[in-house]
Write a protein that binds this ligand. Structure first.
Ligand code: AP5
Length: 215
C-alpha cells in the first residue's frame, strides 16, 4: 500500500510516518530528510539547496522528483511507501503518478493532517530530533527523557533544524498554501483524499490513520 501524508510544516507527517514504518514495515520517503542528508554530507546538490531550505522556499521540482525516482526503484520487500513532504506541487504530483505507473505501482490513499496555524507555530518552535535515529521530540508534548537519552536508540545528541525559526516558518507556511494546498483538490477529484484531525493526541491520529489503511 502506498500513501501520501499531506499537511503543512509541523502537521505531524514525520511523526506518523515513523510510526507506520515501525508497525507496518512501510518505507518512509521524506524529501526533506533526503535533502538534509545531502546538505549534511556536503554533496554539490546539498550545497545548492542549503540556502533555499533555510529560507523555507521550495527546492526545484527537478531535484526532488529525481530523488524520489531513485527510491522507487527499491525492490526490497516492504509494506509500501509513505510519501512524506512529497509531492508539494502539481508538477510533482503528476510526476509521482507517472513514476508509479511506470514501475507498476499505484497510490492508495492521500491523508491530509489538518492542523491550524497557531498549533503549527507551537509545534515547530518546540521541536527537536535525535541526531542518531531521527526520533522526533517536543519540549512540551514529548520532552527528552530525564536521563537525557533517546527513548529509541539511547543516543544523547538532540538537534534543532535550521529552518525551525519564526521567519522561515512563515515562509514555509506561505509556500504550503500557495503551492501545496492545491493538491488537496487534485487528489479529492481523484477520489483519494482522506482527512484526519492532526490536532488530536498523537495516538488518536495514529488510530485514525490505521482505520483508513485497514478499511
Ligand atoms: P520537510 O522536512 O518536509 O519539512 P515540513 O514539510 O516543513 O514538515 P516538518 O518536517 O517541519 O513537519 P512534520 O509535518 O513532519 O511534523 P513533525 O512530525 O516533525 O521540508 C523541509 C524543507 O525541504 C522545505 O521547506 C523545502 O525547502 C524542502 N523540501 C522538502 N520536500 C520538498 C519538495 N517535495 N519539494 C520542494 N522542496 C522540498 O511534528 C512537528 C512537531 O509536532 C514535533 O515536535 C512533534 O513531536 C509534534 N507533534 C506531532 N504530532 C503531534 C500531535 N498529534 N500532538 C502534539 N504534538 C505533535
Amino acid at each position: 500500500m502506498n500513501i501520501i501524508l499531506l499537511g503543512p510544516p509541523g502537521a505531524g507527517k514525520g511523526t506518523q510516518a515513523r510510526h507506520l514504518v515501525e508497525t507496518r514495515n512501510m518505507v518512509q520517503l521524506s524529501t526533506g530528510d533526503m535533502l538534509r542528508e545531502a546538505k549534511d554530507s556536503g554533496t554539490e546538490m546539498g550545497m545548492m539547496v542549503a540556502d533555499v531550505m533555510a529560507r523555507g522556499d521550495l527546492v526545484t521540482d527537478e531535484i526532488v522528483i529525481g530523488l524520489i525516482r531513485e527510491k522507487l526503484e527499491d525492490k526490497s520487500e516492504h509494506g509500501g511507501f509513505i510519501f512524506d513532504g512529497f509531492p508539494r506541487t502539481l508538477a510533482q504530483a503528476t510526476a509521482l503518478g507517472e513514476l508509479l505507473e511506470a514501475t507498476g505501482q499505484k497510490l492508495d490513499h492521500v491523508i491530509e493532517l489538518r492542523v491550524n496555524d497557531d498549533a503549527l507555530v507551537k509545534r515547530i518552535s518546540g521541536r527537536s530530533t535525535c541526531g542518531q535515529c531521527g526520533e522526533v521530540y517536543h519540549d512540551v508534548t514529548k520532552p527528552h527523557p530525564e536521563d537525557g537519552k533517546c527513548v529509541k536508540c539511547g543516543a544523547s545528541d538532540f538537534k534543532r533544524r535550521a529552518d525551525d525559526n519564526e521567519e522561515s516558518l512563515r515562509n514555509r507556511l506561505m509556500e504550503y498554501y500557495k503551492k501545496t494546498s492545491p493538491l488537496l483538490g487534485y487528489y479529492y477529484a481523484l477520489g483519494m483524499l482522506k482527512r484526519v484531525d492532526g490536532l488530536a493526541d498523537m495516538k488518536v491520529v495514529q488510530a485514525s490513520i490505521a482505520a483508513i489503511l485497514d478499511n
